[in-house]
Design a protein around this ligand. Structure first.
Ligand code: SF4
Length: 319
């Protein structure tokens, strides 16, 4: 028997989202004027890019195709994405590559700390891919990263944006005990859309995670966010606000969902700026310390300035 080995054809490139390849295209309406952003081509942007590349780091700014990258990187604000560039979940809204990730890089916490130092950040945001393949969901790696930044940049405040650590007993406690200044976990959408938008997650598990952070350490600010324009109803957004307040969450962000590719969930509607303003107003009446609601709001957008306002709001309440 003869075995023929094909040494000629190039190996086909692995698709970024293999689970979405065979989905029919989902068409979104054209973007309105209020969504347009500047092209990223400033000196500050280039400097930020160089520091990130020199330290071999991944950013959610690039991986998620964030529309604010020109503005943020010009000001040397970047959000690091730790534990690789490949996510074990396959959310319908997300542009991060999916599949089986590689081993953790033990030197990554130091590299994140070094890049934070070089960028001169007063406030750093660190997020990660979902690591369902790891026994602790990557909790210890998160904690090590927080500790490394504290050592290298003692005056920098630290905000983390974590996965849900679903079925990872004890993981949340490990991260909370490393004492980030802000613990963010995004709900992403209203509960009725979880199956179609965030199928690997559970709405009330995410609410409970945020509540547990406050129980473990009431000094940590908690934060969460949703995207609108995925087909949700207004009353559902108001219900999410109530659920977050019942978990004592301090800071709410609401931004417009943008479709990364035609294989992702379609934009059902571009929510006009005045509706965001109305959401912001009602959220404040429900007791959030801070609310950011606008078409281009993202969890980490203006995070440094928002943290200062968050601290001031808490200080004002506690007199
Ligand atoms: S909003 Fe966040 S994710 Fe987007 S570019 Fe700014 S720092 Fe990066």
């Amino acid at each position: 028997m003869v075995v023929v080995v094909d040494t000629v054809s190039a190996t086909p490139l692995r698709p970024r989202h293999p689970e979405k390849v065979n989905r029919p295209d989902a068409l979104s309406p054209p973007k309105p004027d209020w969504i347009r952003v500047r092209a990223p081509n400033t000196r500050g942007y280039a400097d930020t890019r160089n520091i990130i590349k020199e330290n071999g780091l991944v950013t959610v700014c690039e991986e998620a195709g964030c529309p604010n990258i020109g503005e943020c990187w010009d000001k040397k604000h970047a959000t690091f994405m730790i534990m690789g560039d490949t996510c074990t979940r396959a959310c319908a809204f997300c542009n991060v590559k999916t599949g089986m990730p590689g081993a953790l890089d033990a030197s990554e916490p130091e590299h994140v700390a070094e890049a934070t130092f070089k960028l001169g950040l007063a406030h750093i945001v660190v997020t990660s891919v979902d690591r369902d393949d790891l026994a602790d969901g990557g909790a210890e790696h998160f904690a090590q990263t927080i500790r490394a930044i504290r050592v290298r940049c003692p005056s920098t405040t630290i905000e983390i944006l974590t996965p849900d650590f679903l079925r990872k007993e004890g993981a949340l406690e490990v991260v909370a005990k490393a004492k980030p200044d802000v613990f963010n976990h995004n709900l992403e959408t209203v509960p009725s859309h979880y199956l179609s938008v965030r199928p690997g997650a559970r709405y009330f598990h995410s609410i409970r995670l945020l509540q547990r952070v406050k129980e473990i350490d009431p000094g940590i600010f908690t934060k969460s966010g949703i995207m609108v324009g995925l087909g949700e109803e207004r009353h559902e957004v108001l219900q999410v606000m109530d659920d977050l307040r019942s978990a004592d969450v301090d800071f709410l962000t609401i931004g417009q969902y943008l479709q990364p590719t035609r294989k992702h969930h379609a934009v059902m509607r571009y929510v006009p700026p005045d509706e965001f303003a109305a959401y912001e107003k009602v959220a404040y009446t429900k007791g959030f310390l801070m609310v950011s609601a606008s078409p281009l709001t993202r969890s980490s957008h203006h995070a440094g300035e928002d943290f200062a306002r968050l601290k001031a709001a808490r200080a004002a309440i506690s007199g």
